[in-house]
Ligand binder design. Structure first.
Ligand code: HEM
Length: 422
């Protein structure tokens, strides 16, 4: 949500019935002051039974930080195998269940995660992290020297996907193709992307990874596809679906989330010039700024689970099979956990946001996501003196992702900073 759109819906949020907020409808996030809405849910109905909609049956909505954490870490009573996002939960199943990490539970999840973790340790990622910094600097230098840019399309869009391609070992020549497929598959940046187009794009991505995995089986190199294609669990190789779906899951998990966080971070810095100045002058660390950008932007608004048995959350009985959605956007502004949660404060400490989830499915790419946002903030404060809005923004159309597809900006160059990069 942007505050431009928030302004549209701010007044009427207070007068509306909580039942009237349709959380399945992407339009809700463009026309409502989302933070005012969540404040009401936390205060008046922290465990809310969302009515059935055209999109599917009733489901639970949790908005308090501690209730959300409780469900995230409880994989005995809650499963991800019937979906972990509204779209799949409401549909009743996820075709990648039991194969792709995010929608697999139990020992199989633990074993695949352990295999993949080898590629995600800070040590294993040292080289990739250096490439992130170099790539980010090149993109920022070009943008800042031009004096203006669409920060979303000219800068942020190119960083996460290229980083994931580095991780996966996708050849340079295939990257533009993958990016455009991925946009169709998930982003739904406009209301006109049809479900069929998305489905076709997802299948093309999977086919592509299948071919690459075959090649890596024969000639393994130092990348995640090779780890998956040659890995063994209890002496057995992973099956083809597990390999391609877990490659794809890095794009699903790591592209739009990191991108939207970076874009939202820049927008927040423009709106809070005193925070930009603090960052620029080194009065706050970039590490602490990264955490606040993650909390503030919360690119993945919700995740979710199915109850495996009858269970109680915050005094409310949840029945076996019920859908439970966990609203990170709300948890990250919970006034019982964060002081002045509506204040963008780069020096905030502690800052235990839930943007990366929690528990057994805690984001595998958290370190990498942080590296990307860090490179962007550090680069920007080095080569830009000022950043200003330069035209209308374009919000994402989604009930899952939050942020901007387009953010036109104008820069004033920091010549000394730029010279330091030569
Ligand atoms: C899981 C958020 C970046 C790969 C998750 C989850 C969240 C999340 C909330 C937990 C989902 C659940 O509990 O159902 C984010 C955010 C990011 C980010 C906000 C950036 C700002 C990345 C990156 C990658 C990645 C860069 C990989 C390159 C994954 C994977 C999982 C995951 C594979 C599934 C882990 C599991 O189920 O064990 N992410 N993510 N994410 N993320 Fe991220």
């Amino acid at each position: 949500m942007t505050s431009a759109t928030a302004a549209l819906g701010g007044a009427d949020v207070e007068d509306r019935e909580l039942d009237s907020f349709d959380l399945t409808d992407p339009a809700t996030y463009q026309t409502t002051d989302v933070h005012a809405m969540w404040r009401r849910f936390r205060a008046e109905r922290p465990v809310h039974r969302h009515p059935a909609t055209e999109a599917g049956p009733e489901f639970w909505v949790l908005s308090k930080y501690h209730d959300i954490m409780k469900v995230y870490k409880d994989d005995e009573n809650f499963t991800s195998e019937r979906g972990n996002l509204l779209v799949t939960l409401l549909h009743g199943s996820d075709s990648a269940a039991g194969k792709m990490l995010a929608v697999t539970d139990g020992p199989r999840h633990a074993a695949i995660r352990k295999l993949m973790l080898k590629s995600f340790s800070p040590r294993a990622l040292r080289h990739i992290s250096e490439q992130v910094v170099q790539r980010t600097r090149t993109l920022l230098r070009n943008a800042v020297e031009r004096g203006e840019a669409d920060f979303a399309r000219d800068v942020a869009e190119h960083i996460p996907i290229a980083t994931i391609c580095d991780l996966l070992g996708v050849p340079e020549s295939d990257r533009a193709f993958l990016l455009s497929l991925n946009k169709e598959a998930l982003s739904s940046s406009s209301a006109d992307t049809s479900a069929e187009d998305s489905w076709l794009a997802r299948n093309e991505i999977l086919l592509y990874f299948g071919e690459l995995a075959e090649e890596r089986k024969k000639n393994p190199v130092d990348d995640v596809i090779s780890v998956l294609a040659t890995g063994r669990i209890d002496g057995e190789p992973l099956d083809e679906d597990e390999i391609v779906l877990n490659c794809y899951s890095l794009i699903i998990g790591g592209d739009e989330t990191s991108r939207l966080s970076m874009i939202g971070g820049v927008q927040a810095l423009m709106r809070h010039p005193e925070q930009w100045n603090a960052l620029k002058r080194g009065e706050v660390t970039v590490e602490s700024a990264v955490e606040e950008v993650l909390r503030w932007t919360t690119p993945g608004m919700h995740f979710g689970r199915r109850a495996l048995r009858d269970v109680e959350v915050a005094g409310q009985r949840i029945a076996a099979d019920d859908i439970v959605t966990l609203w990170n956007t709300s948890a990250n502004r919970d006034e019982d956990v964060f002081d002045a949660p509506g204040t963008f404060d780069l020096a905030r400490t502690p800052n235990k946001h839930v943007s990366f989830g929690y528990g057994p499915h805690f984001c595998l790419g958290a370190f990498l996501g942080r590296v990307e946002i860090n490179a962007m903030l550090d680069g920007l404060r080095t080569v830009a003196d000022r950043i200003e809005p330069n035209g209308p923004v374009e919000p994402v159309f989604s009930n899952f992702l939050s942020g901007l597809e387009s953010l036109p900006v104008r820069f004033e160059v920091d010549r000394a900073g730029l010279a330091g990069w030569n």
